[in-house]
Design a protein around this ligand. Structure first.
Ligand SMILES: [Zn+2]
Length: 338
C-alpha cells in the first residue's frame, strides 16, 4: 500500500473529520469514511446540487501537505513516474496542500482514452524508441498522482474509456495502441453519477464491481434543507424573507419530491434558486419584504425545467401548468390549515 497517500496520518485525519461543509448526510459521511480507510474506489450517486463535489473536495482538504517534484504530476522525490522526472534527476521540489491535490475530470462522451491516460508522440517515438518513457505524453489522470481523482459524471463516458480506466485502477498499467505502459500512479478515486441522467451509457457490471457506491439523497429533514438554503443562498440585505415563507418554499419543494406524478425531482438548487430569485424580484418591485406573490412570479423560471413529469401526465400538461396548479393547491391547503 502506498505510504504517501493512504498512510497513518491521513487515516487519523479521516477518523476525526466531520465533513462540516456538508450539512446532514451522516450515513453518507460514515460510509465515505469507512471506504477511505480501506482505500476503496468510490462512486457517489446523487442528483445535481446535492453536494457530491463539495464532499470530495472536503476529502482533499484533509490530505496533509506533501513535498513533490515541480513537474505537474506530483511525483514523489525518489519515486518519480512522469517522463520529465525520470529523465531529469535535478528537478525542483515544492510543497503542496491537500486542496492542490484535487484533480477534477469531467466525464463526457467526447473524452478519449488518450485524453485521460496519455499518448505516444510519434516524433519522440522515432527519436527515443517507441517503448521509451520519453515518447509518452501523460494524460490528465497523471495530474491526480498522489492526490484525489474526482471523476465527475463518470457514466457519461464511453464504454471504451470505462475499460481503459478499469485497467489503470486494477493493473496500474495503460495500454495505448500496441503499447503497454506501466502506470504506478496512486490516487484516491471518487467518481460521481447522476441517477436521473438518462442520456448516458450504463456502467457495465464489470465496471461497477470495482467500486463501492455511496448514494446521497436529498437533505434528510426540512430543518437541514432550510439551513442549507440560508447558508448557501445569496441574501439581499434590503429585503426581508419572512421565515414562514422560507418554510413554505421548502415544504413545497419537498412535497414535489414525493409527488408520484414527477419523475425528475427538484434539487436543492431549486430551493436555493427560489430563495434568491424571490428576494431579487421583491427588491425590483420595491418591496422591503418578500411576498408569496413574488415567489409565484419567479417560481416557473427556477423550477419548470428542473422537474420532469411522468409520461402519463406529460402528454396532458406542461411542467409550467402542472407546477402552477400544484402551487395554488399548496397555498390553498396552507391558508386553509392556518
Ligand atoms: Zn514528475
Amino acid at each position: 500500500m502506498n505510504k504517501v497517500l493512504i498512510n497513518d496520518k491521513f487515516r487519523q485525519c479521516i477518523l476525526t473529520e466531520d465533513f462540516k461543509e456538508i450539512l446532514g448526510q451522516e450515513k453518507v459521511k460514515k460510509e465515505l469514511k469507512s471506504a477511505l480507510l480501506m482505500d476503496r474506489h468510490i462512486i457517489l450517486v446523487g442528483s445535481p446540487g446535492i453536494g457530491k463535489t463539495t464532499l470530495a473536495k472536503n476529502v482533499a482538504s484533509i490530505l496533509p501537505n506533501i513535498e513533490v517534484n515541480d513537474c505537474g504530476f506530483n511525483c514523489i522525490p525518489g519515486n518519480p513516474i512522469c517522463p520529465e522526472c525520470l529523465s531529469n534527476k535535478n528537478i525542483k521540489k515544492k510543497k503542496i496542500s491537500g486542496d492542490e491535490r484535487f484533480i477534477r475530470i469531467q466525464g463526457s462522451p467526447d473524452l478519449t482514452a488518450e485524453d485521460l491516460l496519455g499518448d505516444i508522440d510519434p516524433m519522440k517515438a522515432m527519436k527515443f524508441g517507441p517503448l521509451s518513457i520519453e515518447a509518452f505524453t501523460p494524460g490528465k489522470i497523471f495530474r491526480a498522482n498522489n492526490g484525489i481523482l474526482f471523476f465527475d459524471e463518470i457514466n457519461r463516458c464511453s464504454e471504451k474509456l470505462q475499460n481503459a480506466l478499469l485497467q489503470v485502477l486494477e493493473e496500474k498499467r495503460v495500454t495505448i495502441g500496441a503499447y503497454n505502459i506501466d502506470f504506478p500512479a496512486e490516487f484516491i478515486f471518487i467518481g460521481t453519477m447522476n441517477p436521473e441522467d438518462s442520456s448516458t451509457e450504463p456502467l457495465s457490471d464489470v465496471f461497477l464491481d470495482r467500486f463501492d457506491v455511496i448514494t446521497m439523497g436529498y437533505p434528510e429533514t426540512h430543518a437541514i434543507e432550510k439551513e442549507i438554503v440560508l447558508s448557501k443562498g445569496k441574501k439581499i440585505p434590503e429585503v426581508e424573507f419572512p421565515d414562514e415563507l422560507i418554510d413554505m418554499v421548502i415544504k413545497f419543494i419537498r412535497d414535489l419530491r414525493i409527488d408520484t406524478n414527477i419523475d425528475k425531482k427538484p434539487s436543492v438548487r431549486s430551493s436555493i434558486g427560489i430563495y434568491e430569485r424571490a428576494q431579487a424580484f421583491a427588491f425590483l418591485s420595491g418591496h422591503t419584504s418578500v411576498t408569496s406573490d413574488d415567489i409565484k412570479q419567479i417560481m416557473l423560471s427556477v423550477l419548470s425545467h428542473r422537474i420532469k413529469l411522468k409520461p402519463s401526465i406529460k402528454y396532458l400538461e406542461t411542467p409550467e401548468k402542472y407546477l402552477e396548479e400544484e402551487f395554488n393547491k399548496f397555498k390553498g391547503r396552507k391558508s386553509g390549515s392556518t
